[in-house]
Ligand binder design. Structure first.
Ligand code: PLP
Length: 416
């Protein structure tokens, strides 16, 4: 006789210990409601540009329906190598230093499973993208969180990294521009981080999926820094910059040893990324620059609108310089991030992600994606504005009646 408990006992404890993604949990709720404006999910509101879709259809017409090389189509790898070289001046050999993956998600998993051994520590700045820690755990490693905060613009500093390093530290994960905060790391800052990485002989897993979505200053590609190419696994993809989330195609670039080890796992688990998606990605790289720039301009316009909206609501918000997320401080409402998101959804039908979905450091914040139409953003912020006024009023009344102030002095109404 079996029962549920017995089955559970047979599940890998590493998997049992992992919590489902806070974003997904929340959006299962949203899916059941009508008329919700969602600023929650991290994906472009644009449909993939037509010429890219057409390239996919044409590839089907020509009968490209087979497996590709495990590494991915050579023509795509060559286009990726050209693109990285033109944009950031780093060269990779498309034959053995680039692997086409099923999104950056697979690339990150392969990177972790390739370099992390049980007992190794992997440094993850927090708040962090939801997949990093669970994937690190499933690779058998121990995630060590480096806590960044609003006071330093959610930027991880070389000193913080230095303090977190132990003899067991194997790798550092950087997400630049950052999900969920929109923070970016400039070249000088990255140079200083690179010195610590080199001094401790670490490997850097650099998730640059939002690299092209940089609005202030220029994106610095980590392997372009002196001495970093060999010790960096560069991850990037097509989901965000070309509005291709559903196509599931990305890539990893790195030294031939890393890439050939990653390819071993990939060939036994995935074989190859979907061939039609690879054909579409090739078209994106060949002719997609103009379309991408237009989308970036639109995000940038919305970014300003969002900053203005938070300023008017009196919710402090570090300027998001990249990606398409804002991460405002909601502590002045007296609500936890989970309560804020739940109540905003129930009372105003606006969905945002509670900051604690990105780790402890996200408590007191919410993530709002501005990959939504101007009309939706305007309406969502109107609703959020009245919600915030209501909650703040209530929280002030509560503080007054109990003699406690929930509103801290530093919670100014300025956009920081
Ligand atoms: N990395 C970051 C920082 C992300 O925000 C996301 C998706 O939201 C991914 C990776 C996953 O990307 P992909 O669709 O290429 O798997």
């Amino acid at each position: 006789m079996t029962n549920t408990e017995n089955w559970e006992k047979r599940i890998n404890p590493l998997v049992l210990g992992i919590r489902p993604s806070g974003i997904r949990r929340f959006f299962d709720l949203v899916a059941e409601m009508q008329g919700v404006i969602s600023l929650g999910v991290g994906e472009p509101d644009f449909v993939t540009p037509w010429h890219i879709r057409e390239a996919c259809m044409y590839s089907l017409e020509k009968g490209y329906t087979m497996y590709t090389s495990n590494h991915g189509l050579l023509s795509l790898r060559q286009a990726i190598a050209r693109d990285i070289s033109a944009a950031y001046g780093v060269s990779y050999n498309p034959r053995d230093e680039i692997l086409v993956t099923v999104g950056v998600s697979e690339g990150f998993d392969l990177a972790c499973r390739t370099i992390l051994c049980p007992g190794d520590e992997v440094l993850i700045p927090e708040p962090s993208y939801v997949s990093y820690a669970p994937v690190g755990v499933m690779a058998g490693a121990k995630p060590v969180f480096i806590k960044t905060s609003v006071e330093n613009g959610f930027q991880v500093s070389p000193v913080m990294i230095e303090k977190a390093v132990t003899p067991k530290t194997k790798a550092l994960v950087l997400c630049n521009p950052n999900n969920p905060t929109g923070a970016t790391l400039d070249r000088q800052h990255l140079l200083e981080i690179a010195e610590v990485v080199k001094a401790h002989d670490l490997i850097l897993i650099s998730d640059e999926i939002y690299g092209r979505l940089t609005y202030v200053g220029e994106h610095t590609c980590v392997p372009s820094l002196p001495g970093m190419r060999e010790r960096t696994i560069l991850l990037n993809g097509f989901s965000k910059s070309y509005a291709m989330t559903g196509w599931r195609v990305g890539y990893a670039a790195g030294n031939a040893d890393f890439i050939s080890a990653m390819t071993k796992i990939h060939q036994y688990t995935m074989l190859c990324a979907p061939v039609t998606a690879q054909a579409a990605a090739l078209e994106a790289l060949k002719n997609g620059e103009g379309g991408m720039r237009k989308m970036v301009e639109k995000y940038n316009h919305r970014r300003r609108l969002v900053m203005q909206a938070f300023y008017e609501m009196g919710l402090p918000c570090s300027e998001p310089r990249g990606a398409f997320y804002a991460f405002p401080d909601i502590r002045s409402t007296g609500l936890s991030s989970e309560d804020f998101a739940q109540q905003l959804l129930q009372e105003e039908k606006v969905a945002v992600v509670p900051g604690n979905a990105f780790g402890e450091q996200g408590e007191g914040f919410i993530r709002c994606s501005y990959a939504a139409s101007v009309r939706d953003l305007t309406e969502a912020f109107k609703r959020m504005g009245s919600f915030v006024r209501r909650k703040r009023h209530k929280s002030k009344a509560w503080a007054f009646s109990t003699g406690k102030s929930q509103i801290k002095k530093e919670d100014t109404c300025q956009t920081v």
